[in-house]
Design a protein around this ligand. Structure first.
Ligand code: TPP
Ligand code: SF4
Ligand code: MG
Length: 261
């Protein structure tokens, strides 16, 4: 992970802007200024608290920048091998069906390196919830292109932007998972502004409710800013994200079997 060093009050403000939940053990987060992951983590933690699930929840991090928050989160968390979080979550949920089990994975983790894992867990209808924090890059290792990078998105390995002819098309994981019978809920949200965060909270709540009702596998993809990996200023992150990843498929609920039952 590359961090941008800020000094004094500016550093304090930007590092704290999105934090401050009861389930967070620190007011500061260890990620880059302008990173969207802490906002997404805060959304998930706020909903767990709202549903009073924090004492019976087990979370599994994939490998990627979000895993750096493992020491800040006051929920039982585990760390899986790259891409294997859905398999680890499957084992925990089957052994401890009374728990609420979720994964928090990056797009490199879920869509590039762990695609088979999430597809199989979803097709099996595992009663787990996967949260995909999608910034369209391998942020942790320097911002390389992933299978989820949007067409036109700048990455360290596609500095002029992803080009379908040269780099292939992105894998629309939410759309693919929504087509599987084992899957009961799929939604796509983002944390680019207050309205986006409110929408993300609603989708996270619905996904966890699906798990509590044992309906099936649930996924919420949350678009998160990675200004460092995109070689953008922190302030440009939200707008740039919506111009690239936001246009891919669009935001909203893709599947909710409770509505069709
Ligand atoms: C099998 C394997 N290959 C490569 C790595 C190196 N690695 C660690 S984090 C990471 C990038 C993670 O990207 P992503 O999942 O999108 O998370 P982000 O950092 O963008 O949040 C990689 C490639 C690894 N840990 N294990
Ligand atoms: S995801 Fe990007 S912005 Fe966030 S900590 Fe990693 S490199 Fe920094
Ligand atoms: Mg990523």
């Amino acid at each position: 992970m590359t961090t941008i060093e800020l000094q004094g009050v500016a550093r304090q403000a930007i590092k704290r802007a999105s934090f401050g939940s009861k389930l967070l053990l620190s007011e500061n987060h260890p990620l880059c200024p302008g990173c969207g992951h802490p906002v997404a983590a805060r959304v998930i933690l706020d909903v767990l608290q709202q549903l009073e699930l924090e004492q019976r929840t087990i979370g599994i991090f994939g490998h990627g920048c979000s895993a750096l928050m493992i020491r800040e989160i006051d929920v039982d968390m585990n760390l899986a091998l790259h891409g294997r979080a859905p398999a680890t979550a499957t084992g925990i949920k089957r052994m401890r069906p009374e728990t609420v089990v979720f994964t928090m994975q990056g797009d490199g983790d879920m869509v590039s390196e762990g695609l088979a894992e999430v597809l199989h867990a979803a097709a099996r209808g595992e009663k787990i919830t996967c949260f995909l924090l999608n910034n369209g890059v391998f942020g942790d290792t320097g911002g390389q292109m992933t299978a989820a990078s949007a067409i036109g998105q700048r990455t360290k390995t596609a500095i002029e932007g992803r080009d379908a002819e040269a780099h292939g098309h992105p894998i629309p994981i939410a759309k693919i998972l929504a087509g599987l019978d084992g899957v009961s809920y799929v939604a796509r949200a983002s944390v680019h502004n207050a309205a986006g965060i409110t929408m993300a909270k609603r989708f996270v709540k619905r996904a966890l409710e699906h798990q509590l009702e044992r309906r099936g596998f649930s996924l919420v993809e949350i678009l998160t800013m990675c200004p460092t990996g995109w070689v953008k200023k922190a302030s440009e992150g939200p707008e740039y994200m919506m111009e690239t990843l936001g246009k891919q498929i669009g935001l909203g609920e893709l599947k909710d079997t409770s509505q069709s039952a």
